[in-house]
Write a protein that binds this ligand. Structure first.
Ligand code: UDP
Length: 371
């Protein structure tokens, strides 16, 4: 049985990896190992590891890679140290990582330096910030690329990756949306949300804009308050500068039209999103799940600049008056996305490739491909 390690550091990557993990866990050809780290293990960010526990995976290993300041370079170093020891023990045949954060980067460094195959999901995307550098670095270290679409494939080829190592499988979180079994009533009851109508707000720090982050967060919160609408607000990730956002959210305490959460369970989050008037902020969810569900998205600031799907959203600078103006104009019925995703069976596509043995034939000695 080949051993496959999945690395998950946030709610964001888990929602994309879990359908693939389940395929591996249910197969008699492979043995699944789950390395849980990062925000999942932080109380401050909702201890989302408990969500992973609910799936009952046999081999889960939890590793805390951060200290109380969540310094990103130190967390990267700590993750390399912990993951290196882990793979010495497990001796996996394949490591699967997702996205653009320091945990997958650390795992890709560790895997490639130990001559273990690394598969990277959602390489070749653009996210418009330091995340781009992390994502492309992970792609340069990974041997196998599982991408969303032709555009992403082309970008990876621009980076010198071999076409034969790139497989288009779509975005694995979208297939779960159709089978979501949690109803709106259940989600509202679970999180004690009494609003009839509401929007969802999710703002993450842009690390390269640290000097204006305080102002950006304050503008965002002021605009939400002045709009007079009801909001479900969800905490940012732990990237550099997250404290500015959390500080601004303190002013929402006790306000009747705001419910603030560190993180919502994925299925409950989706049930609430489906019924939202709109979603505002800079989460990738605005470009993915919201578009797919035809929920209007307001993208604030630069975090998702140039990313697929951003053309379907209303874009606005981090200025209070501008944000207020777009909020006043946004109406659910006006919105119809133009970019409907084509692939909705990503986990099966991944598993078919895995089972075919193709991944294991890929040469670990990478050769830069000129174009
Ligand atoms: N998500 C979730 N619960 C939440 C917020 C988000 O399950 O309370 C999931 C959802 O699938 C979303 C994904 O996490 O698409 C990524 O969201 P986030 O904004 O945290 O991260 P990003 O991808 O923008 O870095």
């Amino acid at each position: 049985m080949k051993k496959i390690v999945f690395v998950t550091g946030t709610r964001a990557d888990f929602s994309k990896l879990k359908s693939l993990m389940l395929k591996v866990e249910q197969s008699s050809n492979f043995e699944l190992f789950v390395f849980v780290t990062g925000m999942h293990l932080s109380q401050k960010f909702g201890s989302t590891a408990t969500e992973i526990d609910k799936y009952g995976f046999k081999n889960i290993f939890k590793y805390i890679n951060f200290d109380k300041y969540f310094q990103m370079d130190k967390a990267l170093a700590s993750m390399i140290d912990g993951f290196s020891k882990y793979i010495c023990e497990i001796e996996p045949d394949l490591i699967v990582v997702h996205g653009d954060r320091i945990e997958p980067l650390a795992a890709a460094i560790t895997g490639s330096l130990n001559n273990i195959l690394v598969a990277h999901i959602e390489g070749g995307e653009l996210s418009g910030t330091i995340d781009d550098s992390l994502r492309h670095s992970i792609s340069k270290l990974a041997h196998i690329h599982l991408v969303n679409d032709e555009k992403a494939k082309k970008r990876l080829m621009q980076l010198g990756e071999d076409e034969k190592s790139i497989f288009i499988i779509g975005s694995p979180d979208l297939e779960i949306l159709n089978s979501n079994k949690v109803s709106l009533e259940q989600a509202k009851e679970y999180y004690e949300i009494s609003f009839e109508n509401y929007a969802i707000a999710m703002l993450h720090p842009v690390t390269t804009e640290l000097n204006t982050l305080k102002e950006q967060s304050e503008n965002f919160v002021l605009a939400l308050k002045e709009s007079g609408r009801n909001y479900i607000v969800i905490y940012p990730n732990n990237d550099l500068g997250f404290e500015f956002i959390l500080e601004s959210y303190k002013s929402l305490e006790g306000m009747k039209n705001f419910r603030v959460f560190s993180s919502l369970r994925f299925e409950y989050f989706i049930a609430l999103l489906k019924n939202a008037d709109f979603i505002i902020g800079n989460s990738s969810c605005i470009l993915k799940e919201a578009i797919y569900l035809n929920i209007p998205g307001i993208l604030v600031g630069s975090r998702q600049q140039g990313r697929v799907g951003s053309e379907d959203c209303i874009k606005v600078d981090s200025k209070k008056e501008e944000i207020l103006e777009v909020i006043s104009k946004v109406h659910k019925m006006d919105f119809k996305n133009v970019n409907t995703p084509q692939i909705l069976n990503s986990s099966q596509m991944f598993f078919t490739h895995l089972l075919s043995g193709k991944f294991f034939e890929i040469n670990k000695q990478k050769v830069f491909q000129d174009i």
